[in-house]
Design a protein around this ligand. Structure first.
Ligand code: ADP
Length: 140
């Protein structure tokens, strides 16, 4: 397995409940290193651009309104097989289906307000990291 980088977002439902530290501890305990991190508040248009792949889905408006409803924490996680490992630590999209001990099982409020985002493949990880970070901000 190669060292990879993946984009993670801590979503507004989690920043609102002051869960950034608890979520970051899950990443670090799993061996993922936070090599870049910043807190920001997206506009609905910025959230819409990030999630444009879902533009035709019925939940797109709800999702982009939610993602612009409060601060998020954008971060780059690095480690062996980081993309899959992060998805494992996150748990299933719907917290009702997420395995015990995962972030979504412990913290998510619903299928929409599910506390974290993680890239799903190397190409999307590259694009999503570039959406939030300049190369000089990645400090391995
Ligand atoms: P994941 O975030 O696990 O990769 P998806 O890419 O399928 O999941 O969906 C992106 C995001 O859209 C989810 O994390 C969630 O916030 C939202 N979402 C997905 N399905 C629904 C749904 N049925 N209702 C409301 N929001 C949804």
């Amino acid at each position: 397995m190669a060292t990879q980088r993946t984009l993670s977002l801590i979503k507004p439902d989690a920043t609102r409940r002051n869960l950034t530290g608890k979520i970051n501890a899950k990443f670090e305990d799993a061996g993922l290193r936070i090599v870049a991190q910043k807190r920001l508040h997206l506009t609905k248009a910025q959230a819409g651009e990030f999630y444009k792949v879902h533009a035709e889905r019925p939940f797109y408006d709800e999702l982009t309104t939610f993602m612009a409803s409060g601060p998020i924490v954008a971060q780059v996680l690095e480690g062996e097989d980081a993309i899959a490992k992060n998805r494992e630590v996150m748990g299933a999209t719907n917290p009702a289906d997420a395995e015990a001990g995962t972030i979504r099982a412990e913290f998510a409020e619903s299928v929409g307000e599910n506390s974290v985002h993680g890239s799903d493949a190397p190409e999307t990880a590259k694009e999503e990291i570039a959406y939030f970070f300049a190369g000089l901000e990645l400090v391995g």
